[in-house]
Design a protein around this ligand. Structure first.
Ligand code: GCU
Length: 460
């Protein structure tokens, strides 16, 4: 997160100054940045790319490359790949062809070109409960477990990966409960060598009950997963964390996994644990995240069909925003040295010699990979959260509609972008743009209403 990005996201100035002072005084951060630039350059060399197009400038209105917020210029490539046409040109007419042929084709293209491949064999994870505490969250008696997932590093003992997770369930639950798992903006001590993130996502201070209290009020539990404990949030860290462990400390190949898939892999390992914990109904585990972790939530949901539901908040470019849209953040931004580590190296090609329209798939097909399971896609107002392109995410949700219908589920019911604060939650793919800024908060109650249809049909 750069200082200008922090200001764009509405961080209080005091926090920005504090973070800035911390950044400038920290020689480790400078070393991380240098190693990141080197890794980014090494990937460009591997891809045979000599230069990348510049990303959009999100903060300086005078800049020639200031981000576009004009809808008349937003759709240079309006034709999207058809999720229901096979690569051989034949139309997908039934669910069987979707599952057996078309879905694997789409997965392969996301693997190779966008998010990278998870290695065929990944190390096992041994979960250890490090503490169990009875406490109160708001008015509710809860049990909170802290866990560490020790990733087997016998193949390369130089790298240690200990995944941090916490699980909170109502103490008086009559049986296993549904659980929402969030990719947390830490609240955990940072991994040595990775820059600390603020404990709270930037944005407005929460009003009313926290999302955790809202979830508990339904009788559900929640979990917080620490992404940085799985994989650092920078390019320098790609030779460490679980990606570095599997690669034995070497740099990535062009189609190796990026941080988003590594974070999602960690979420799947947490779900493995939930399957063994009697307080959790592992068939009702949802995943959520905001901003870069909104991207991770979308990826986790798309790839692991055990997740029951997802709340994907302000995921933007690299998440469920259409890559073909010219609005706010662009492919070029994510391909830059500050963010390329989220993706496969191959993704950088689309900000170099290739165009967005050369991508074999687009984000509506990422949403389609979630079908038939319910997904809620959220964003804030353009004024405050324009960078993430609410309409580009809405169009992806709409573009996944035909796949939901093919699988016997309901689409959003419209392909017209709705007025702000209109909840489109009657189908199985849902959308709402709230009127706050870059924050997941205002959409939580709406997401919970949506989730209740699946998790508490009798009402609670
Ligand atoms: C930057 C980045 C976004 C990302 C966001 C965040 O703004 O450009 O893609 O979602 O940081 O995670 O806060």
């Amino acid at each position: 997160m750069t200082i200008t990005a922090a200001i764009r996201h509405g961080w209080p100035l005091g926090l920005v100054v504090w973070a800035g002072t911390w950044a400038f005084q920290n020689p480790q951060q400078a070393a991380t940045q240098a190693a990141t630039k080197e890794d980014h350059q090494a990937m460009m060399t591997l891809l045979g790319i000599s230069s990348l197009r510049q990303g959009a400038n999100g903060s300086n209105k005078q800049a020639p490359n200031y981000a576009n917020y004009d809808e008349s210029k937003a759709n240079p490539f309006p034709k999207l790949p058809d999720p229901l046409v096979l690569k051989n040109g034949k139309r997908v007419k039934n669910a069987r062809t979707w599952w057996k042929q078309r879905r694997p084709e789409i997965v392969e293209e996301f693997d190779r070109e966008i998010y990278g491949r998870v290695p065929k064999v990944t190390p096992s994870v041994k979960w250890e409960i490090t503490s169990t505490v009875n406490e109160k969250k708001g008015e509710v008696d809860v049990i909170t477990k802290q866990l560490v997932g020790h990733v087997d590093n016998s193949s390369y003992p130089q790298i240690t990966v200990d995944i941090r997770l916490s699980l909170t369930t109502p103490a008086n639950a009559k049986g296993p409960v549904p659980v929402m798992m969030e990719f947390g903006f830490t609240g955990f001590p940072p991994r040595p060598g990775s820059p600390a993130m603020p404990a709270r996502p930037p944005g407005a201070a929460p009003v009313g009950p926290s999302w955790q209290e809202q979830v508990l009020a339904k009788g559900w539990g929640y979990a917080i997963l620490s992404p940085n404990s799985i994989q650092a949030d920078n390019g320098a860290g790609l030779t460490q964390g679980v990606i570095g462990l599997v690669n034995k400390g070497q740099r990535r190949k062009a189609d190796d996994w990026g941080a988003l898939r590594a974070w999602a892999w960690g979420a799947s390992r947490a779900l493995d644990y939930f399957e063994t914990d009697k307080s959790v109904n592992a068939r009702k585990v949802g995943v959520d995240g905001h901003s870069r972790y909104g991207k991770a939530a979308a990826v986790a949901m798309a790839y692991d069909q055990r997740f029951s539901i997802a709340y994907v908040s302000s995921s933007g470019e690299g998440g469920v925003k259409l890559h073909r849209r010219n609005w706010g953040e662009l492919v070029e931004n994510v391909a830059g040295s500050g963010e390329y580590h989220w993706m496969a190296g191959n993704f950088m090609k689309y900000a170099g010699p290739l165009q967005w329209s050369d991508l074999p798939v687009d984000s509506h097909e990422l949403v389609a990979l979630c079908a038939p399971r319910p997904v809620f896609i959220g964003a804030g107002a353009t004024n405050g959260d324009g960078w993430v392109d609410a309409k580009g995410m809405f169009l992806a949700a709409a573009g996944a509609g035909p796949v939901y219908r093919l699988l016997g589920k309901r689409d959003m019911g419209t392909s017209e972008f709705p007025p702000i604060e209109t909840a489109l939650i009657s189908g199985d793919v849902a959308f709402r743009q709230h009127s706050g800024g870059h924050t997941p908060g205002p959409n939580w109650p709406v997401f919970i209403t949506f989730a209740q249809r699946y998790w508490a049909p009798a009402g609670l």
